[in-house]
Design a protein around this ligand. Sequence first.
Ligand code: SF4
Length: 375
Amino acid sequence: MRGIYIHIPFCRQACRYCDFYFSVSLRYLDPFVDALLEEIRQKGESSTGHSLETLYLGGGTPSLLSARHLERIINALYKYHSFQESPEWTIECNPDDLNEHTVKSLGLLGFNRLSIGIQSFHERDLEIMRRSHNAEQAEASVLLASSGGFENITMDLIYGIPGQSFDEWEENIEKALSLPVSHLSAYHLTFEPGTVFDHWRKNGRLHPVQEEESVDQYRILREKLLSAGFDHYELSNFARNGMSSKHNLLYWSGASYIGLGPSAHSYDGERRSWNTSSLKGYIGGINNGDKIDETEQLTSREKYHDYLLTSLRTRRGADPAYMEEAFGLEFRVHFESSAQAFLKNGSMSAAGGRLFIEPGQWLITDHILRALFMD
Ligand code: SF4
């Protein structure tokens, strides 16, 4: 195992576009942490004992946890795992949870990377998405994190928000670039089934942006970040000074990791497992010694597809030699022959023995992937 992901399933309020698993009732926070410690013990005792490279607390809203909660979690992790020298420890934070005190205690606890869910610097966008912070807090949180000693700060932005003008999106990028961030993730808004936004789209209250507009927004994002010295190393991710997300790079390179907490996924190189997406089921299951996860053994074809889906989103791309070793010669042959058409038309390139999709073509990744998949 090379990394640990912990899902903290609580949020102050439900954002209208979000389909992650979380609860807005904080009633079960303490029982959740107790159950999590037990899961750390159980999975820690059966893990391979490798030194871990990364820890990632995501959610939900991990910054809702108190320093005491976090300290208990970290102590439990240290009891059952060791970390390599200078591991990357990321915690996702919402801007309204950050103040001088919380930033300081996160640093003292060992976190060295803050992922701040800004989404937009415009009040109207934040209101329509029902974020719990305002525009002033969005900017202030990054400055607080920086003055509190964090050098590795990443922020999330969302584009394709209905009603957001092209100029407003450009202003968001410029504002982000004026702040001390080393990394930026930008995601296109999606209308996930069951969300308020999806309901509003269906009843005509909200209209998704036109595809050309999305393409233009992605283009300007890429142009501005590249000219500011950022490396566009993955479809939605940009880093400067080599500060790409080590944790996400583990996912994208097919490495093994442990997922803890409700709805968290784990992968050991052969099997994928996922915990129940129910807070009560998770706490009750752990307390009663019941099974809380399901596991599936992956076929070579599934592993090949997973590898394509993740590696071809990155600038490193996919390694045919690795495919042969991990999945079998037939997959390498299929990949190399089906990639020929894209190498010829310039959508893909080869370097250092690897094949990758040209970053300027990442918007057609799905189309390319379909052709590379094995029927
Ligand atoms: S804070 Fe994050 S996880 Fe929680 S509802 Fe909003 S987007 Fe979803």
